[in-house]
Design a protein around this ligand. Sequence first.
Ligand SMILES: [Fe+2]
Ligand SMILES: [Fe+2]
Length: 245
Amino acid sequence: MQAKIDEIADGIYRMSVHVADIAPPAGFTYNHFLLRAEEPMLFHCGLRAMFPPLREALGKLVPIERLRWLGFGHVEADECGAMNAWLASAPDAQVAHGQTACMVSVNDLADRAPRVLSDGETIDLGGKRVRYIDTPHVPHGWDAGVLYEETTGTLLCGDLFAHVGNGAAVTDGDVVGPAIAAEQMFRYTSLGPSTAPNIRKLAALAPRTLALMHGASYRGDGARALHALADYFDGELRAAMSRAA
Ligand SMILES: [Fe+2]
Ligand SMILES: [Fe+2]
């Protein structure tokens, strides 16, 4: 198992592990993002089983003991399985997450107390600046949230837009079609009345890069892609309600 490194925005590095036997023949990527700054941040701690190749990859970008912040979207093994392995490897590292995630899970699961972030709160990393945004139940998990890196306009959007395959690290092509195909394959989104509005809230940021946990990152009109994804979920919700009527 190896992690492939690509710089997807200025100082933001994607460390990608492809797993061939999920959704074969395309396979499925697990992507982890290092924000290189005075206080380096890793977004997605990864599965415990992926920690050795990720530690090796991260060490090529920054000394592991300098890692200061750990983030992830919501509590799931691929998001935070290796959280405590990183905390043990980097003495100054600390998880930063929203109030719900900390109250429900991270205060107990993390070996060191997390930094609790309010919706909209920022952390100045020194050369990079991240804003935490609550997205409860989007795409799943009450504790869900995303990070927006303000200096590069990069939305670290976790499982949103997840798609199969192991293509280029960054694309300017369509990410909405592949995301809808994967949604129809996995049904991983907790569809509800707040799904589309939460996604449209992110569109208001007008991100220039969408950093995806699964699949290629996207460079282009992030607001348009987010509205298109929200349109799809609006349609799915209307269809579900008319079936129930
Ligand atoms: Fe997830
Ligand atoms: Fe994921």
